[in-house]
Each structure stands twice: as C-alpha cells, then as structure tokens.
Design a binder for this molecule. Structure first.
Ligand code: FPP
Length: 223
C-alpha cells in the first residue's frame, strides 16, 4: 500500500455548480467550502500530514472583481470563525503565494500562520495568489548568486520548502490540466482527474481515489 504524506487538490467546478443550480457562481464557492471541510476531516482520519488546496491562482485575478471579493470574504469569514477551532485541532496553516490582498486579509493570513505554526496534526497549505511559474521564478531569484545549483537547492527555495512532494493530486470538475499548479513538485505525482464538480465531490469519491492510489505500482523510472 502506497503511503500518502501529501495530497494536493485543484478544487475546480464551483462556478459551474452555482450556475447549474440556477443561482450564482458565488453560491458554488460557498458550497465548495463544505467539501474543503470534508477533505480536512478525511486527511486527519487517514493521517495524511499535508493537504495543499489551490484556492486562488495568479490567473484568477482576471475574474470579475465581484467574484474575487466574494472569494476573499469567504476566506476571511471562515478564518475569523474557525481559527480557534483549527488551532485546537492542532492544524497548521501555511500560505503558498504572495500575500497581496487587502491589509485586513493579509493580517488575518499572517495571524493564522503564526498562531498555528507549531501544530503537527495536519498542515494545510493554502495556495493563494499562487502560480507555479511565479514560484519557480522566486526560487531562481533566491539562488541567483550561486554558481552551481542543485535540485535540492531549488526544492529549498520554493514556497513548499520543507514540504514533501505530493504523492497524489486530484482535480475535480472534468478538466484535465495542471493550470500552473505545483509543476516542479508534481514531477512524480499520481494525478487523478475527477468528473464531479468540487461541491459534488463527496467522502466516498475521495475514498475511491485514495484506494485506487494505494494499489498503484509506483516505479519512479525503475521496472
Ligand atoms: C475553482 O472553481 C475554484 C476556485 C477558484 C476557488 C476555490 C475556493 C473554494 C473551494 C472556497 C474557499 C476556500 C477556502 C479554503 C476558504 P471555478 O470557479 O473555476 O469553477 P468553474 O470551472 O466551474 O468556473
């Protein structure tokens, strides 16, 4: 059985879910938050130590301001309401990406990171204003004075420094692409594309994927 230390997820399909239910895209984001909470519980139950969630990409700034602001307010309300509980459950929050939001949200994200820093039950990496290419450029800039650069140097200069590469990456929403997510870190990751939209993605769906993963023969180039 393959162990899972790190699960990464592209939570796609919120907007379509909201529209399908004859409401707004934003309703889909609100509903998607319930799936986030289900996945967090799942990881704790299965002792998966790292969960990375693609919550807002560098490309998502191109969305209408109303949707962006809704997403940020959802995150703000969630953290305000749940930070204490998250901390009591020994969950650590880490932000992957540059915090370039309102002062209020930036401060809240800093507080969440600081308050939960010593927790070891589960680390949630929230990819926010995250783009893999931007992250790699950031790493290159950090290393620019070195004459010889190793893979290890790059690993340790990415936002994901000290986080193991994900063994498993799931993308919901019936789209098969990586969308600038963990391009370096996913070099040997098993990728699962799920047809269901993120708010429709349930415990049983996740468990089915994990069971499939457990039984994959992972060769890493060997035979
Ligand atoms: C992609 O679906 C989803 C996002 C860009 C945002 C994800 C946000 C959440 C699940 C809720 C907030 C999360 C936290 C951690 C507080 P899409 O909007 O691109 O869907 P579409 O492909 O149907 O348009």
């Amino acid at each position: 059985m393959n162990p899972i230390k790190h699960m990464a997820i592209i939570m796609d399909g919120n907007g379509r879910w909201g529209l399908k239910h004859k409401k707004s895209r934003n309703l889909g984001h609100k509903e998607g938050l319930k799936t986030v909470q289900m996945v967090m519980k799942y990881c704790i139950k299965k002792e998966i130590k790292f969960l990375t969630l693609y919550a807002f990409s560098t490309e998502n700034w191109k969305r209408p301001i109303k949707e962006r602001n809704y997403l940020f307010s959802l995150l703000e309300i969630y953290l305000k309401e749940k930070l204490e509980k998250i901390n009591n459950e020994k969950i650590k929050i880490k932000i992957l990406g540059e915090k370039k939001f309102s002062n209020k949200l930036n401060n809240l994200l800093n507080l969440a990171e600081k308050k939960t820093n010593k927790n070891t039950k589960l680390q949630i990496n929230l990819a926010l204003n995250y783009g893999s290419k931007k992250e790699i450029v950031y790493a290159f800039n950090k290393l620019r004075y070195k004459s010889k650069i190793s893979e290890n140097d790059i690993d340790h200069s990415l936002y994901t420094k000290n986080i193991p590469d994900p063994e498993i990456l799931i993308r919901t929403g019936n789209t098969q692409r990586l969308s600038n997510f963990l391009l370096w870190q996913a070099a040997y990751t098993e990728i699962f594309f799920e047809k269901k939209l993120w708010p429709d993605f349930k415990y049983e769906d996740l468990n089915k994927i994990v069971k499939k993963f457990y039984n994959i023969k992972r060769n890493f180039g060997k035979i």
